[in-house]
Ligand binder design. Structure first.
Ligand code: UDP
Length: 252
């Protein structure tokens, strides 16, 4: 099915195809898992299906509170119809609890709550290993305008507040997450909206009682049970009740 469509872009975990009408694209979720800038690779059967559903769920709920995003509708197990945007080449990370690169960079123990939510920007550039950048770099090199930075920060904080509550309600702590934004053009004007995906691949999610990791760190750190954890996240959110059969059936 998908092979007949024109491929627009292939990333590490997703493929973008031409959409059925101008201004739309189809986002296809692969089972490929990568970490450490592509150095570590694996196929995790069913991951694409779960992330498609979790991202659909989260984007739909965010649209419901007025956080505009690229999601239009889910088409099938692995594909969703999205609005075509011009991706801003930045990864916007929001952190509530120290973990990962922040812990390493500043020598703060993982699990330490941060005094307040912190937003960081990284340049999306695999060749440079996604370096952290400041607002000065972003505006000087024209990756985004000051107004766009303000809009991205405001939207990211709203996403953080909403998702912290949504996950807390199902016994999950939102440690940190990464989002991406794109420009949606309307005539001469453009508006920054949320794009890409929000899933256990792009969030750190810890069980609130046991602190067990339920996210991509299970893959990065060889903890095993990656798919089981992603499925558990979906189950707690009340989606994907049929998931175990999908995995066993090996639907691609
Ligand atoms: N993240 C991501 N894509 C990246 C880098 C980070 O989705 O290319 C997410 C990551 O899953 C975590 C958050 O952003 O939820 C912060 O990641 P960190 O900077 O600690 O990076 P890492 O530990 O992966 O090096």
């Amino acid at each position: 099915m998908t092979s007949r469509r024109k491929k627009i872009y292939e990333g590490k975990a997703k493929i973008l195809y031409e959409g059925p009408e101008p201004g739309t694209l189809i986002q296809y979720f692969k089972d490929d898992a990568t970490a450490f800038n592509g150095e570590k690779k694996a196929q995790l059967e069913g991951k694409g299906v779960i992330n498609n559903r979790i991202s659909e769920y989260i984007m739909t709920r965010l649209a419901g509170i007025g956080v505009q995003n690229h999601f239009i509708k889910r088409m099938n197990l692995r594909e969703q119809l999205i609005k075509e945007v011009e991706i801003i080449p930045l990864e916007v990370v929001c952190r509530n609890i120290a973990a990962g690169s922040l812990s390493k960079r500043f020598g703060i123990e993982e699990g330490q709550p941060l005094p307040r939510s912190i937003i960081e920007f990284y340049l999306k550039d695999d060749k440079l290993n996604d370096p952290m950048v400041s607002e000065e770099h972003i505006t000087a090199f024209n990756w985004a305008q000051t107004q766009e930075i303000d809009d991205m920060m405001a939207a990211t904080l709203r996403v953080n507040d909403y998702l912290c509550g949504m996950f807390a309600a199902v016994g999950i702590t939102l440690v940190d997450f990464k989002v991406e934004f794109g420009r949606l053009y309307e005539g001469d004007f453009s508006r920054v909206i949320l794009a890409d995906e929000i899933s256990p691949d792009s969030c750190r999610l810890w069980d609130s009682t046991t602190n067990e990791k339920m996210d991509k760190d299970r893959f990065r750190r060889d903890l095993g049970g990656v798919i089981e954890s992603y499925t558990e996240v979906a189950r707690r959110l009340g989606i994907m009740k049929e998931m175990p059969t999908v995995i066993q059936g090996g639907i691609h």
